[in-house]
Design a protein around this ligand. Sequence first.
Ligand code: FES
Length: 88
Amino acid sequence: MEDKLPNEGFPKVAQSTPACVQVEEGKTYAWCTCGLSEKQPFCDGKHKQIEGMPYASLKVTFEKTQEVWLCQCKKTKNPPYCDGSHNQ
Ligand code: FES
């Protein structure tokens, strides 16, 4: 069994810039909230390694096919979208 990561210092800043992603109409995406995922800005399940599992992915379904800017610093107040918080 894998060791759990201590539950401190989360969410991690995965990248200090947003990711521009093409999303598809009607498709559901899982945005990483903990910052550990290696598939940023999306979840790869790594939050399960954090002690007590306080994080879960945020599921988002888009109404149209479009390019969106998704937060990777995990400090946005409008998840999963970048709101410029990475500039602070
Ligand atoms: S990347 Fe997180 S607010 Fe911009």
